[in-house]
Design a protein around this ligand. Structure first.
Ligand code: ADP
Length: 836
């Protein structure tokens, strides 16, 4: 198959990662890969038949042939295996310089002047991960909106023999894609009738295979939780708001921050939660209480009365009131200045939000989606629908593209009709949950009547366990604010179970947790002490402090502690209260959950460090860096980090290390370096978990690589250690922390009510489901009773018995081309190996 990729509409961080992944996966599947520059405009313009373009292309082809011979000889010499010629051709096509020097005229031995549809090779996309925006260019094309434009586009594709297209863009671009595909048979007929294409071309191009990826910073597409670029945009916004927060606090000022989002309030909403805003304005949910100005001032006044020194209001650029009159930042500023006398400033974040360096998730998501896109194209039949690749919680999904586009459009239509309830429903349940979450965290109860009836109110103990992880404090803030709003009493248990035994408990206040979203580490203090140090004493403290419910936020220890408390129920009535564990650990080693708070922050820290290390390694041209990560006996951070930085090799405790493996890996690196264009070698990364092997330590591995690399490559090592805890928590960890924490509170309330229904004269008996862990499994949030959980845990290695991400280690090495450079032919690779 010949597959072309284009990026269209507004640029977003992560588009390059998508192109890279598709190019590499396509090549691994034996396809020929092309990119279309400048979006649909490039497709319409195509390749001009200019003599110059042809000459240079012919020359490049010759060069490639010469290179191929050298490459074949090298692989034969290094691996004693006959390489697959077709794969090798793809592998060696690019020279690694394509489009990287900021010009679109003449690049790396190939002229691009007048050429918009360009064949690319393996090395053309190397290093694309760390670049923001889209290197292949994007444009808004008026011509493609016309039938003539689309006819020209089809003709240009057919002329190059391309039979499949991947479009990465927003809803406009994907609508265009769907129209293009539906018109395709008609266009072919017309081109044939006009004698522009031959009978053979008609036969070969009866159908256009097409798949869509959503690249949009607004996260405005239905049927997918996240769009490519949205996490990075959110990160940029939160960085700005974090900075604004400190100046606002210093001067006791108010700031009105305008963020992008014409029709979609996702960025404003999530920034509102993660940035600790007082008030937000989003298009889907205009203020209901009128006049909204009074309502906003009353809320902010209440916060100020409590002693809050700063006020942050976030407004989406498309915000309006319920009559669709725009709500502008300047107007809000005037209201706050005039009515509340606040020194108020407006900050419009503008294009800085579009991105720059993609965050970890904007590298991982497009990479996995790219794999899925190529799979979808390989499987596409004339009758199958055009798919859009999405993601739901932690699962990469395929959804009918038109359905997603129509649903997205329906949100806009509902808003036009002022049916905001419908608009919110169409945005999906998670959006509504986040909105509900924002209100729970940001606004205070106006009166006692809004709270739970006194007999349902709980005294909730909150404690942190294990190593600190990003999002622990945010989750705690959400729980505390919710408690206060509902009339519960939030009790901070400082320094875990040790602190409990020392009576280190106090009640947290609404204002006291105000700045906690942005704080890394653990505000409560955390350690690994289990309740087994003195379970009887722990029970008596539960009783003494009259705990009605317990929320534990932490890693494997918290799970272990919950298990001990649950077992303790046999002897101690004080443990017959609802108790939950919210997983928070950078190792992500809690069984059954695919995601723990802190792992996103940690991956971002890893990506930042590795980008810098890779730059240094590349500057020396021939250096391999062995980067050691934390993670205990769980290789999650190493594996996902390797995927996010494009490492060549990854070592995990799950897969272990052996002499045979190392021999292969050295062979691979030698082959790879000897095939680099002389003087243009790339720095390469090897990611190794600290416990991957007791014998082949980082130091041994590095020395071995230095010894074996000889004149081809050099090696150095770096240990990331505790830096992986990541400092400031990522916005995704903050927002997810808040969301999961509120779910925990609802679960505790539910089970508390159930317990209250038991006859008072009997000893209360909390069932096993009231000691549970909140998990994310594939596409849903699921509660697992701790007794069930233990069946899936490897207690000795402190991790789950199975983990969804283990096959990703194979994917990392395939994307580095390891099997191909070792002479493994595509057909000999295990089937579906690229599938996750
Ligand atoms: P986004 O993809 O970010 O929503 P746009 O709405 O500007 O951005 O769309 C990008 C491009 O997609 C347009 O410039 C146009 O070339 C193409 N496109 C959008 N809508 C259509 C359509 N209805 N028919 C054909 N092409 C379209």
């Amino acid at each position: 198959m010949k597959i072309a990729i284009l990026t269209s509409g507004g640029d977003s961080a992560g588009m390059n990662a998508a192109v890279r992944s598709i190019v590499k996966c396509g090549i691994l599947k034996g396809c020929e890969m092309w990119v279309v520059r400048e979006g649909y405009e490039g497709l319409v313009r195509g390749n001009q038949e200019e003599a110059e373009g042809k000459r240079v292309n012919a020359e490049s082809a010759l060069e490639v042939e010469r290179d191929l011979e050298v490459a074949e000889q090298t692989i034969l010499k290094q691996t004693h295996t006959q390489p697959d010629k077709n794969l090798l051709h793809n592998l060696r096509f690019g020279d690694g310089d394509l489009l990287r020097d900021g010009t679109s005229e003449y690049v790396g031995g190939r002229t691009l002047k007048g050429r918009y549809i360009v064949r690319v090779g393996w090395d053309d996309v190397r290093g694309w991960f760390s670049e923001g925006g889209t290197l292949i260019g994007t444009a808004r094309s008026k011509t493609f909106r016309t039938p003539e434009g689309r006819e020209a586009a089809a003709f240009n594709l057919i002329r190059e023999g391309i039979d499949a297209l991947v479009v990465c863009g927003g809803d406009g671009s994907l609508t265009g894609a769907d129209i293009f595909r539906s018109e395709w048979p008609e266009i072919i007929k017309k081109l044939h009738a006009d004698k522009k294409i031959t009978d053979a071309q008609v036969q070969a191009h009866m159908h256009l295979k097409l798949v869509g990826l959503v690249g949009s910073i607004d996260n405005d597409m239905s049927l997918t939780d996240l769009t490519i670029g949205a996490p990075t945009a959110l990160q940029r916004i939160c960085e700005s708001i974090d900075n604004i927060n400190s100046t606002a606090y210093s001067h006791s000022r108010a700031f009105v921050v305008e963020v992008m989002g014409r029709d979609c309030g996702w960025l404003a909403l999530l920034a509102g939660i993660a940035g600790g805003a007082d008030f937000i304005f989003i298009p889907e949910r205009p203020p209901v209480t009128m006049p909204w100005e009074d309502n906003m001032c009353a809320e902010i006044h209440r916060h100020r009365e409590l002693g809050k020194r700063k006020t942050i209001v976030i407004v989406a650029e498309g915000a309006h009131d319920k009559d669709l009159n725009p709500i502008r930042a300047e107007y809000i500023k005037d209201i706050l200045s005039d009515r509340l006398g606040l020194d108020t400033r407006v900050t419009t974040l503008g294009h800085t939000q579009r991105g720059g360096r993609p965050c970890a998730w904007d590298r991982i998501l497009p990479t996995l989606q790219g794999v899925e896109a190529v799979e979808a194209l390989m499987e596409a039949q004339p009758g199958t629908p055009t798919y859009m690749i999405g993601v739901q919680e932690n699962k990469i999904t395929r959804v009918p593209l038109m359905e997603a586009v129509e649903m997205t459009r329906a949100v806009g239509n509902a808003m036009q009709k002022k049916d905001f309830k419908e608009a919110l429903t169409l945005r999906g349940p998670e959006f509504a949950e986040m909105l509900h979450g924002f209100r729970a965290i940001a606004s205070m109860a106006h009166s006692d009547t809004e709270k739970k009836p006194p007999k349902l109110r709980m005294r909730v103990g909150i404690l942190h366990m294990g190593a600190p992880a990003g999002g622990m404090n945010g989750a705690t803030k959400a729980a505390v604010r919710y408690c206060i709003k509902q009339g519960h009493t939030p009790l901070a248990i400082h320094n875990g179970f040790r602190g409990l035994l020392d009576d280190n408990i106090d009640e947290l206040s609404w204002l006291g947790v105000d700045a906690w979203m942005v704080r890394g580490g653990s505000e409560l203090g955390t350690n690994r002490t289990l309740p087994s140090i003195d379970i009887g004493a722990v029970a008596s403290k539960f009783q003494e402090f009259r705990l009605d419910a317990l929320l534990m936020i932490g890693g494997f220890e918290a799970f272990n502690a919950l298990l001990l408390l649950d077992e303790g129920r046999k002897h101690y009535p004080a443990f017959h209260i609802p108790m939950v564990h919210l997983p928070a650990t950078i190792s992500n080693n809690v069984p059954m959950t695919e995601y723990s708070l802190g792992s996103d922050t940690s991956l971002n820290a890893l990506v930042d460090a590795c980008d810098a290390i890779k730059q240094s390694a590349s500057a020396s041209r021939d250096r391999v860096f062995v980067v050691e990560t934390q993670g205990g006996k769980c290789g999650y951070i190493a594996t996902m980090g390797a995927l996010a930085v494009g490492a060549s090799l990854v070592y995990t405790p799950e897969n272990g290390m052996s002499l045979d493996m190392l021999r292969e890996d050295v062979k691979f690196l030698k082959t790879r370096y000897s095939l680099d264009v002389p003087g243009k070698s790339e720095g390469r990364l090897v990611i190794k978990n600290e416990a991957a092997s007791g014998v082949y330590t980082t130091s041994v591995l590095t020395k071995m690589l230095i010894e074996e690399g000889g004149a081809l490559f050099d090696a150095r090592s770096a240990s990331l250690g505790h830096t992986l805890q990541g400092g400031t928590p990522s916005p995704l960890d903050r927002a997810r922390g808040a969301r999961l924490s509120l779910r925990c509170m609802a679960y505790l309330e539910h089970h508390h009510e159930l317990l209250l229904k038991q006859p008072a004269h009997k000893t209360r008996n909390a069932g096993p489901e009231s000691a549970a862990v909140i998990t994310i499994q594939a596409s849903s949030v699921t509660w697992v009773p701790v007794q069930e959980m233990v069946k899936h845990a490897d207690m000795e290695k402190r991790r789950g018995k199975s983990s969804w991400w283990v096959p990703i280690a194979n994917l990392v090495e395939q994307l580095a081309g390891k099997p191909q450079f070792l002479g493994v032919k595509a057909e000999d690779l295990p089937k579906g190996n690229l599938q996750i």
